[in-house]
Design a binder for this molecule. Structure first.
Ligand SMILES: [Zn+2]
Length: 461
């Protein structure tokens, strides 16, 4: 039975889907005005591991990830400049920027062996659905209009703070200094559902007609509208990075539950921060690391995946170049060990049982990795059994263990010839020649080890 920490109850709970064997799963996706940094990618890996764990347990997962390509503002309070439009002069520019960074993001997912969601809807292509939901909120008395915007009336939703579990007074709320205050806004905590293209937003590039005035949607309404469209009013799991819990996920919940009159997501799964040298990562800190940065430094992107697996998703991960190098080393050792494994046959039941328990215990990937290494090191099983079980583990790890093993099996003819020559030299007890041939084999990228059952060939990584 899969158990997960639910941010909503702040407890570990047994996962029970709404429909048997099926899971509706929503994850807040990227804002495509810039490349994703490795902190964002850690969240994507957390969601991927969760999805793989659900599939491993036999669930069919319908995963939806939004692409924010409109109206994402720089501050937490729907204020400040629009990041999407900052470097754009016209609509074609905005769309070109969004396309470029969406493509880059998809490449990052591919490099990290993240399974693509079933749907990746774009906010800009779902404006009518967002308008529809705002209309419902106004009709039900949860929203009001001023000259500048349509706001959600937080006072009408008494459970507003249920996800963060703090009193509103203790939360850092209210307009920031740079905000031009709207005199008709009832409460500083009220957030924008629709921006009218007036005043400071008069020249906003992307705008749509609406019942209120031409304008563009607020920061949060897209996730409520698109999750409803693709997963229904009430669905199983909503995942996000911890920094989105407030205000974004809190506001999504308020909008959806008020508009639909039903509970929103049953399980909220939040992934912790990634720190760089114990500090925050950001453009202003000058340590904004992307997948491109890792590739330029000659790391295998899957080394980052391995590094993420070494830390539980609810713990902060402190990224350093040394820790990434150690992860790359461990991954290479793993590939090297597996390269000598025989064709998979009957697996190791006890290891598989322990592995499943670790995964189902709120995705304990550090423990699952320890089990992987125990399996590699044990003398109890033949490599055919280890291969069978490891390939199964990799359905969750996603480290391309089987693919690497298959590649390693393709031994070049030249190396095969050297091995045959060395076997003949050994039979003839010409150890000088056999040692020399072993060195040649190593130069060609393979290690040859002699065992009681004959030689063992490992590929060098
Ligand atoms: Zn969202």
């Amino acid at each position: 039975m899969l158990k997960l920490f639910n941010s909503l109850s702040r407890k570990i709970e047994e996962f029970q889907p709404i429909k048997p064997n099926q899971v509706g799963f929503y994850i807040c996706g990227p804002t495509v005005y810039n490349d994703a940094h490795i902190g964002n990618l850690r969240t994507m890996l957390m969601a991927d591991i969760l999805r793989r764990a659900l599939e491993y347990n036999g669930f069919q997962v319908n995963e939806v990830m939004n692409i924010t390509d409109v109206g994402h503002l720089t501050s937490d309070n729907d204020t400040g400049e629009d990041k999407m439009e900052k470097n754009a002069k016209n609509e074609a520019d905005v769309l070109a920027i969004a396309k470029k960074y969406t493509d880059n993001f998809l490449n990052d997912l591919g490099a990290l062996n993240i399974e693509l969601p079933s749907k990746m809807p774009k906010a800009s292509e779902h404006v009518p659905e967002q308008i529809e939901m705002i209309k419902t909120l106004i009709a039900k008395g949860f929203a009001y209009e001023s000259d500048e915007a349509v706001y959600f009336d937080v006072a009408k939703f008494p459970q507003y703070n249920k996800l963060v579990g703090q009193n509103l007074d203790d939360m850092k709320l209210g307009a920031r200094q740079e905000v031009v205050k709207d005199p008709k806004k009832k409460n500083p905590v009220d957030f924008v559902l629709w921006f009218k293209a007036v005043g400071r937003y008069q020249n906003h590039i992307l705008k749509w007609p609406s019942p209120w005035r031409e304008g563009f949607p607020g920061w949060h309404i897209e996730c409520s509208a698109m999750s409803r469209k693709y997963l229904g009013d009430n669905f199983d799991i909503h995942a996000a990075g911890i920094d989105l819990k407030f205000p974004h996920n809190t506001n999504e919940t308020a909008q959806s539950e008020s508009a639909n009159g039903k509970p929103f997501a049953n399980y909220w799964i939040h992934g912790e921060h990634l720190l760089i040298n114990e500090g925050r990562m950001g453009k202003s800190e000058g340590n904004f690391i992307t997948m491109q940065t890792l590739v330029e430094k000659k790391f295998n992107p899957l080394a980052f995946r391995y590094l993420v697996l070494t830390t539980h998703y609810r713990s902060k991960l402190n990224f350093t170049w040394e820790s990434l190098a150690a992860a790359q080393n461990a991954l290479n050792n793993l590939y090297q060990e597996v390269s000598s494994f025989a064709e998979p046959k009957v697996g190791c039941a006890q290891f598989e049982q322990n592995f499943l328990e670790a995964v189902n215990n709120d995705l304990d990937t550090p423990k699952a990795l320890a089990i992987l290494w125990d399996l590699i090191k044990t003398g109890e099983f033949p490599t055919s059994a280890k291969a069978q079980t490891l390939f199964k583990f990799d359905q969750i790890f996603g480290l391309k263990i089987k693919e690497t093993w298959e590649l390693a099996k393709k031994i070049p003819e030249s190396v095969k010839k050297l091995i045959d020559e060395r076997e003949s030299a050994r039979t003839a007890k010409d150890f000088t020649k056999s040692d020399d041939l072993r060195k040649q084999i190593e130069t060609a990228g393979f290690f040859l080890e002699d065992t009681v059952d004959g030689y063992k060939l490992k590929k060098k990584y």
